[in-house]
Design a protein around this ligand. Structure first.
Ligand SMILES: N[C@@H](CC=O)C(=O)O
Length: 361
């Protein structure tokens, strides 16, 4: 490919925005041409705007240091310089909904990390390996928004990515009940230990809104497309507890599951080993070669050792065993700011491009 698509990052100075910047540097299909943020950062170079608050261990890429940050609320101006945008902003839900729709109405595709539109009936919420067919609702959404080229597509909450992929590979055994407890890294709250010293040597048993998202969003991912809308699945029944733990990156989940047709352990392991989704079939640039990796060792997956598997885009699973109350239990792990946030969104954008939904303006 010679001409890369021009990308804007709306909310480019926050932690997820920084991950977008990092992942898109040297991307084979996409090039960051615009970074937009709040009016307080507008007019500064990107390097100035993130000075003292760059949170990643890699340096700020040279390719973006001198980009002058634009005001994200000046939608027409931002949209004029890009083919599509990623959006990761920190605003009220109704403001995010309005902002993303405003971008879409300029004819600009929006790939969003925000939760604001996750339950808008004609907005696809996608894990590319699991429900790429939900992109079909974009046609209905475009009609509603009055645009031929713009639309919004969103990624789900980070925490579900540590257990939904493993369950998805077993869907034809019909999971009936799932209990998941998540152990979530502090980067999920946009923080590191310098910003949040109280998290050192500490565990907080509450993350606002997280349990509702963790229980409901999988059902939308497993939903069906009916008349241009996603209709959520009615099973399995899911209950969760979401806990903040003192690790930088990586959300772990302990999972108990029962099935209508209980599989054998070997069948489960085979499904995980063999599972491939559309990104693997298409060979998308950010797709992990192995989506689900099972560790035989009893003390794996470990957050620090395994969160970066497949460049942070793979999902690790371990400790599969029969349970005395449920059929099986296991542990899952995914990188929350890569697979669970910016990386997952970049993979959605690659799928959208490969499927012809995102094109050069
Ligand atoms: N809501 C999540 C964000 C994902 O990383 C969290 O708080 O961890």
């Amino acid at each position: 490919m010679t001409d890369k698509l021009k990308v804007g990052i709306v909310g480019g100075t926050g932690m997820v925005g920084q991950r977008f910047v990092e992942l898109l540097d040297q991307h084979p299909w996409f090039k960051v041409t615009v970074i937009a943020a709040s009016s307080g950062s507008a007019g500064k170079t990107y390097e100035e705007a993130v000075s003292g608050r760059w949170k990643l261990s890699t340096p700020i890429p040279d390719s973006v240091k001198n980009i002058v940050v634009q005001d994200a609320s000046k939608v027409e101006e931002v949209a004029a310089g890009v083919d599509f945008v990623f959006c990761a902003v920190d605003m009220k839900k109704n403001e995010i909904q309005a902002l993303e729709e405003a971008y879409a109405k300029t004819g600009t595709p929006v790939v969003s990390n925000n939760s604001a539109h996750r339950w808008t009936a004609d907005v696809p919420m996608v894990i590319p390996e699991i429900n790429p067919s939900h992109l079909e609702v974009i046609a209905a959404q475009r009609k509603r928004l009055g645009t031929e080229t713009g639309f919004i597509a969103v990624k789900p909450n980070c925490s579900i990515q540590s257990y939904v992929p493993a369950l998805h590979a077993l869907l034809d055994f019909k999971p009936t009940q799932v209990v998941a407890s998540t152990y979530q890294a502090i980067s999920g709250a946009g923080k590191n230990f310098t910003d949040w010293p109280d998290m050192l040597d500490n565990v907080i048993p509450y993350i606002g809104g997280e349990e509702e998202k963790s229980e409901q969003e999988p059902l939308r991912i497993w939903g069906t497309v009916e008349n241009g809308e996603i209709v959520k699945a009615s099973a399995p029944l899911i209950t969760t507890q979401c806990i903040r733990v003192p690790v930088t990156d990586g959300h772990m989940a302990t999972v108990f599951a029962s099935f209508e047709n209980k599989p054998a352990k070997e069948e489960i392991l085979a499904r995980w080993r063999e599972y491939q989704g559309r990104p693997q079939q298409l060979g998308l640039p950010s797709a992990p070669k192995q989506f689900i990796t099972y560790f035989e060792e009893e003390n794996r997956p470990q957050t620090k050792l395994d969160r970066d598997i497949e460049n942070g885009m793979g999902v690790s699973v371990g400790r599969l065993r029969e349970d005395s109350i449920y059929d099986f239990k296991f542990v899952g792990l995914s990188h929350n700011t890569l697979r669970g946030a910016a990386g997952g969104a970049v993979l959605i954008a690659e799928l959208l491009k490969a499927e012809g939904y995102i094109v050069a303006k």
